[in-house]
Design a protein around this ligand. Structure first.
Ligand SMILES: [Zn+2]
Length: 274
């Protein structure tokens, strides 16, 4: 029997996966080959963020010259700025098709999660075009390809978050949750699944920390969504987690962002909470 080795990029070579429990030794090859190098975005309170750092909250997201503060496609109020993430070459290196750039997320706290737009986002695969004005809107998710951007002029929207946090990328090894559709769950016994969960908890991001790349840490169903516009399978890019961000909507959980073929020009959003 060949013993598989974990092959990792230089950014992740210092990391090790926990030992595979004896009960899963038959699964070890599959587990090792499923590992994806990814990043957690640890959030910590900050008075001031340095240029080219990723951040959550505050009122100075990058805006192109003359670009107005975006408003909600539904209720027309000014959106709240949520986060700006530097997807550097190093960070996107191991995400299929992904290009480096700056990612921004805005939100309307009046319409989400209460509004119709997200009422059943898990049905995204079959969502009709009514969803698109919000879900795929450039107003709420923006992508500046190949650009590492700093700040824009301050703007105090009533919907901005009342705090500022720096988001620090931390390499981690990601494994799929057992209810991810790529997991051949029917071949595993309940004991194996439970041992897998216990042994690889850290690789499953169960603390709901924000994440870039790897497997989405599904809270509910692990169905890979399709981009409703392109009708293509979408790749997971980034999740905004509630673990250490103080961002809450309804319950706690994750906000997920996917892209088709790495193209965030028309990104869309999927919410799962618990
Ligand atoms: Zn709104």
């Amino acid at each position: 029997m060949t013993v598989m080795e974990l092959v990792l990029p230089t950014t992740h070579q210092h990391l090790t996966l926990p030992d595979t429990p004896e009960s899963l030794k038959e699964r070890k090859g599959w587990i090792l080959s499923s590992v994806r190098p990814a990043w957690l975005l640890r959030a910590s309170d900050s008075q001031k963020v340095q240029p080219l750092e990723s951040f959550l909250g505050g009122d100075s997201p990058y805006r192109a010259e003359g670009q107005p503060w975006p408003s909600c496609p539904h209720c027309k109020r000014e959106l709240g700025f949520v986060m700006q993430v530097m997807l550097t070459q190093e960070v996107v290196e191991n995400i299929p098709n992904m290009k480096p750039g700056t990612f921004q997320f805005w939100n309307c706290w009046y319409c989400v999660p209460k509004g119709d737009a997200y009422a059943d986002a898990r049905e995204l695969q079959t969502f009709d075009t009514d969803f698109l004005p919000f879900g795929a809107s450039r107003s709420i998710v923006r992508w500046f390809e190949d650009q590492n951007l700093g700040f824009g002029p301050p703007h105090k929207s009533e919907q901005n978050l009342p705090f500022l946090k720096v988001l620090t990328p931390e390499p981690f090894l990601s494994l799929p949750a057992y209810f991810d559709e790529r997991f051949q769950v029917e071949e595993w016994s309940e004991d194996e699944l439970s041992d897998y969960d216990d042994a690889f908890m850290d690789a499953l991001n169960s603390e709901t920390i924000s994440q870039v790349g790897g497997y989405p840490s599904w809270i509910q169903d692990g169905v890979q969504p399709k981009n409703p516009v392109a009708d293509k399978n979408a790749e997971f890019v980034i999740a905004l987690g509630t673990g250490d961000t103080d961002v809450f909507w309804g319950d706690t959980g994750f906000y997920y962002f996917f892209a088709a073929d790495g193209d965030l020009a028309e990104p869309f959003v999927l919410e799962q909470t618990r």
